[in-house]
Design a protein around this ligand. Sequence first.
Ligand code: GLC
Length: 748
Amino acid sequence: MKNLFILVILAVGISLTACNTGQQNATSNLGEVSEVTIDSLLALMTLDEKISLIHASSSFTSGGVERLGIPELVFSDGPHGVRHEHGRGWFALDGVDDRSTYLPVGISLASTWNKDLGYIYGEVLGNEAKERGKDVLLGPGINIIRSPLNGRNFEYLSEDPFLTGAMAVGYVRGLQDQGIAACPKHYAANNQETDRHNIDVIVSRRALHEIYFPGFRAVVQDGGAWSIMGAYNKINGQYTTHHEYLNNVVLKGDWEFDGVVVSDWASVKDTREALLFGTDIEMGTELVRDFNNPVYDEFYLARPAREMIESGEIDVSYVDDKVRRVLRLMLRTTAMNDHGPGKRNVPEHQQVALDVAREGIVLLKNDGLLPLETSNIQTLAVIGHNATRLFAERGGSSQVPALYEITPLEGIQNLVGNDIEVVYAEGYEPYYDQSLFADISGAAASQSRENRRDVELARTANQSLKQEAIALAERADAVIFVGGWIHGHEGMPWGEGTYDAEARDKLNLKLIFGQEELIREINRVNPNTAVVLMGGSNVEMNNWLPDTRAYVHAWYPGMEGGRAIAEILFGEVNPSGKLPMTFANSHLDYPSHSVGEFPGRNTVAYTEDIYVGYRYFDTHDKEVVFPFGFGLSYTTFDFSDLTLSKDGDKVLVQCTVTNTGARAGAEVVQVYVHHKNPSVDRPVRELKGFDKVHLEPGASARVSIELDASAFSYFHPEEFRWVMESGSYEIQVGNSSRDIHLTSAIEL
Ligand code: GLC
C-alpha cells in the first residue's frame, strides 16, 4: 500500500525532501517538507481517515490511512535508551532482540555541562530508535527540578532553565538529524509524581515564562523539536495537554511550533478541550479504561470528536490543523522518509555512554585521598549494595533493556586487575519499608503489621551484613563505599516501593537501609574511605560527610558507569562534572518545601514563584552543602582578564582560564547576570551562559560567551511581557553559583 502513497505523491508532482546526512549542529533542512504534499493528502482524506490519525491505534502507535498508503506513527520510550519491544500491547515481548544502549540518565548528561555531548547523546538514541523501527523517541525529559523528592528527577536535567535548554537542544538536534522525532516532555510544570494525574499546579505567569517554559521554548525555537509531549497535571485549573494558554497562545502562537502535541499516555480528559486547545495525538487512554481490551474508537479524539464535527458543534478546521501537523511529522521522520538503516549496540554507542558517564560524575569532596594509588594498596574493600546492583531495567517508562551493565565492583576489579586484592561486602540489603513512602496525599503511607515484621527481620539481617562489612573495612588498606538510592524494589508494582522512579516521590532525603550508620562506622575503622553515591538526587549529608574524606556523586551512570566510576577513583579520568541542582542537606531546606507547597493536595501552590534552586538559596543566602554548578577536579584552574564588550544589545563576555595544576582537566566557565537595581524583584544571579574547556597542565584558553537581550530580561509580573530594563548589570564569572572569580559591571 505504501506504493499507493508514492503514486499519490507523484500524481501531485511532489518530491519528498531528500534527507541529508545531518551534520553536527546542522541547521538541518530535514525539517522542511512540502506543504503541498500535506494539503494534497489532506484533501484526499475522509473525516474518518482524518480522525484515525489523531489518536492511538495500539499501545505505542497512532493511526495511519492504509487506503492512501499512510503508515502508522511508531513511538518508543525513553529518554536515555530505547525501551523494550512492546508490540501492540502493554507488556515487553519475550524472545525479541531488543537489547539496547543504556546511556547515563538525563541528570548525568546535564552534569557534564558539555553541549557537544548533548548532540552525540541524541545521535545515539536516533540511530538506535531508527534501527528498532521507531519514528518518535519519547524524550528528553526536561521538567525543572523543583524539589529533590520528585521520583523522576533522574530523568530530567536541572533546576535551572538555561542549563536545561542548552543541554536539551543538542540532544534534540542529534536525535532529529537521524530522522527520529524528539518529543521533549512533559509540557509543563510536571514537577512531582504524587497525584500526577490530578494535581493542579497554581503558578504565576512570570514563573512559567522564567522557569518552567524556557527549556521547552529552547527545544522548539533552537532545537526545532518536531513533537512535544503534554503533561498529566493541570496548570491554574486546566489540563496541560489541552491547555489554551500553553498550547494555542504560547507554544503554537508565540513560539510558532509547527509540530505535534502528543498527549502523555492517558493525559487527555476532554474531547472538546482536546479539539480546541491543541492536542494533536491522543495516546494511552486505554490505560485508564481497559488496557486488555482497548477500544480505540472510544478515545476522546475518536468517535466523540467525529460526532462533534459532524454535528457542526466544532469546525473540521480544528481537525485539519491536527492532521497537517501529524502528516508533517510523518514526512519529517522515518515514517515516510528514508533516513538510512540506523545502528544499535555498536561500540561507538557504548563509547558515548562511557564518555557521558566520565564527564557526568561529580567529585564533591576530596581531601587528597583521591585519586587512589594502587601502589600503596594491597587490599581494597568495596562495600555497598549498589556496587553490584543493576539499574537499567527499572525507574518506570524510562527503563532500558541494556545489552550489558558494568557495575562499580566490576569496573574496579577490571581496572586494578591482579595488582591488588579486591574484597566485597554488601553491607546492607534493601528492604521494603512502607513507612518510607508517601501515599497519594504525600503523607507517609500506613504500614501493615506484616510489613512492620518484615522490616524488623530485614534490619536484623542488615546488622550482621554491617558487622561483616566493618570487619572487612578494618583490615583493608582503603575502602570504596557504593550506596545511595535505588529506583525501586524488585517485583513491586509501579509506584509501590520506589524511590527514583515514575509515579512516586520520595518522602525525604534520609539515606535508606541504614547506610548512614554504616558509613560512619566504616569511616571510624578506616579513614581511607571514599564514598560513591548513586541516585537521581542528593541525600542528607550532615551526619556522615564531615568525617568522610572523599565523596563522588555518580547519579545513574549507564551501562559503562561502573568503569567510569573506577577510572575516576583511580585517576585514569580527571572528573569534570558540575552539579545541575543544588545539594542542600534536607528537603525542608528547598523553597518548594519552605516557601511553596510540595506535594500539595489536589492543588499545589508554587508560592516560591521564580525562586527555585540557587535563585532562592543565593538570593536569601541560605546554607547549602554543595552549590549549583559545583564540582571538583584533580587539577586547579585560574580565571583572569574578564572583558565585556557591547555589540548592539548583545554583550560579549571574555575571560581567560588557565590550568594551574599538574594534570589535564576540564573546567566549566559559568556566566551569571546580576541586575543591580531592578524595578521588580529579581534573583541575585541567573545563569545565562557557560562553556566547558579542556586544558593541558599550564595551558590557557580565552573563553568567549555572548549574551543577548534575553540574558538581561525578565517577564513582567503584571504586564505579562518580556522587559529588558536599561540600567547597571553585573556580569559574574565562576565555576559554581557561589564560586564567583571575576565580576564586571556594564550599563545597558
Ligand atoms: C508515561 C510517562 C511518559 C511516557 C509515557 C509512555 O506515563 O509519563 O513519560 O513517555 O507514559 O510510556
